[in-house]
Design a protein around this ligand. Structure first.
Ligand code: ASP
Length: 365
């Protein structure tokens, strides 16, 4: 298991006199790993992590931004395939410890599981009133055709963007290839194109072209009156069950029979449809009766679960399956771990899951 420790505090980039400094935004850059900071191993040809010092040398342009940037690198930066809930808590704690000293946060993270981490952090942060921007890249920073520079520079600009001395963004976002998304609405869709992410059910919060534009009506308002709280208990006794034509009773029974299982993300067809065979519905019912929660999430990239639209989802509704609406699988997984960690009583769990907590799900009628 990979557990982080923070390595060092890098130098502060600052470019103006100290009286002006009080006004300009202070940004904390947190480096966790990913392609952005990788180099090719000459022997194996595989990409591996390299030192963060070298990464900063590749972007002298950072000195020109109208903000100060302080950075933290994790002791052992990792490929994001090795991320886990303990690491998410660690990242959240770095931000928590530095919350008052900084105006915005940029997290450099591998793109493979970025949507999972950023979704989880969005649920862990209650009453966030500052920007937390996740970014990474498809090509390493040293590569001639890299997308890393634009992603990093614009992410810092977004984190530093203010209006009337207030941050424009006060939620967890993911910036990639000219688009700023609400993080818990994103999913990685491409391992080749620079446009690696999409937000299928919610429009981008901003776009970077000749100008950096924000769509303010889409951005969550900060809840400044309430204290910023970090929820750190995540329960990962859950499973994602993706159904497919031909799935057998033996497979479903063994997955749902996992000891200590508390939650299931059921990835269904289309608008939330599943086989109507008795053994299937009975197994779901037994699982719910035992106290586990089952969330209906569509396998489709876009659109929403509408339970009861087809006969093939009526039974799911009847046995008490939770309607995941238009939530992404990544966000559903993070929300499930978060709500299980909060020990929400069984009788309110369904309605709380179906409620929008951090803008992750469209309100259902
Ligand atoms: N495998 C890398 C990671 O997720 C890919 C990337 O950074 O884009 O850490």
């Amino acid at each position: 298991m990979y557990l982080f420790s923070v390595n060092l505090h890098h130098k502060l980039f600052q470019n103006s006199a100290s009286d002006k400094m009080a006004k300009i935004p202070h940004i904390l850059l947190i480096y966790t790993g990913g392609t952005i900071g990788m180099v090719k191993d000459y022997k194996t040809g595989a990409l591996k992590i390299f030192n963060f010092d070298k990464l900063l040398k590749h972007i002298p342009e950072l000195n020109q931004l109208n903000c100060t940037i302080q950075s933290i690198s994790l002791d052992e930066p990792i490929d994001s395939s090795n991320m886990n809930p303990d690491n998410w808590v660690f990242i959240a704690e770095i931000i928590e410890k530095n919350y008052e000293q900084f105006d915005g946060f940029v997290v450099l993270h591998g793109s493979d599981t970025m949507s999972y981490t950023a979704s989880a952090i969005s649920f862990m942060f209650e009453n966030l009133s500052k920007p937390v921007i996740f970014t990474g890249s498809q090509l390493p920073i040293g590569d001639l055709r890299t997308d890393a520079k634009e992603n990093l520079i614009t992410s810092i600009e977004v984190a530093a963007a203010q209006e009337n001395d207030q941050p424009i963004i006060s939620e967890v976002c993911l910036y990639f290839e000219y688009k700023l998304y609400r993080a818990n609405r994103t999913t990685k869709i491409n391992a080749e194109h620079f446009e690696a992410f999409t937000s299928p059910n919610y429009p981008p919060l901003g776009e970077s072209g000749v100008h950096l534009k924000f769509h303010k009506q889409l951005i969550l308002k900060p809840k400044k009156a309430k204290p910023f709280t970090v929820r750190k208990r995540l329960d990962n006794n859950i499973v994602i069950l993706k159904i497919f034509p031909g799935i057998t009773e033996r497979v479903v029974a063994s997955i749902l029979g996992i000891e200590g299982l508390k939650g299931v993300i059921l990835e269904t067809f289309g608008s939330g449809n599943a086989p109507t065979e008795k053994w299937f519905i009975d197994l779901l019912k037994e699982t719910i009766d035992k106290g586990a929660h089952i969330i209906n999430v569509t396998q489709c990239i876009a659109g929403s679960v509408i339970m009861g639209q087809y006969e093939t989802s009526i039974e799911l509704k009847k046995v008490g399956i939770i309607n995941g609406g238009d939530i992404t699988t990544e966000s559903a997984l993070a929300k499930l771990m978060y709500l299980l960690g909060e020990n929400i009583p069984k009788n309110t769990f369904k309605s709380i899951f179906e409620t929008q907590l951090r803008g992750e799900i469209s309100e259902q009628e």
